[in-house]
Design a protein around this ligand. Structure first.
Ligand SMILES: O=P(O)(O)OC[C@H]1O[C@H](OP(=O)(O)OP(=O)(O)O)[C@H](O)[C@@H]1O
Ligand SMILES: Nc1ncnc2[nH]cnc12
Length: 175
């Protein structure tokens, strides 16, 4: 199955910037059975972490995280790019493999003591994941794991979050 996921990831050279190989998951999403299988694999992981809620960073984290939350019947919390959420927010800034950004989360989205897993399409430098962790912890939640379709281990994202469990379907070396 890991092989099937990998076969349905498109690798696009020099996108969005020269030197980046963009790993495009849209062929997985287009294949209903494979999208369902990927969702199920992540859901089994999230269940094993006994999570109360999933946080998904905009935009691809919405696509990946929402169906996992509905499969498990648990809540989904969007971490959005600035000025999109209408009520009081917590904000964290971060750097990416290409560029930098900020993420916001509604202040009442996570309750103290809740167990949270972050779901997203890809882990690269972990700037996004670190920002999510900061937001979750500022609201009193506990980040108990993270789940991705793709991991780029050479960018050493994991090392920036020592002790955090990371689950992924496919790893690309030499990214
Ligand atoms: O581990 P990192 O170095 O933080 O990179 C991974 C993040 O980068 C991409 O999102 P992007 O910010 O490009 O936003 P998008 O989903 O709106 O395209 C991807 O979906 C992850 O969220
Ligand atoms: N190489 C990559 N491909 C797709 N999304 C990304 N986000 C950060 N790095 C990426």
């Amino acid at each position: 199955m890991a092989n099937d996921f990998e076969k349905h990831i498109a690798s696009v050279k020099d996108f969005p910037n020269k030197g980046i190989i963009f790993r495009d998951i849209t062929p997985i999403l287009q294949d209903g059975k494979l999208f369902q299988a990927a969702t199920h694999e992540l859901a089994e992981y999230v269940k094993s972490k006994n999570a109360d809620v999933i946080v998904g960073p905009e935009a691809r984290g919405f696509i990946v995280g929402c169906p996992v939350a509905t499969e498990l019947g648990i809540g989904f919390v969007p971490a959005r790019k600035p000025h999109k959420l209408p009520r009081e927010v917590e904000r964290a800034s971060y750097d990416l493999e290409y560029g930098s950004n900020s993420l916001e989360i509604h202040k009442d989205a996570i309750k103290p003591g809740q167990r949270v897993v972050v779901c997203d399409d890809l882990l690269a430098t972990a700037g996004t994941l670190r920002a999510c962790k900061q937001l979750i912890e500022n609201l009193g939640g506990e980040l108990v794991g993270s789940a991705f379709y793709i991991e780029l281990p050479d960018l050493k994202g994991k090392e920036k979050l020592p002790g955090l469990d990371v689950y992924s379907l496919v790893k690309y070396h030499g990214a």
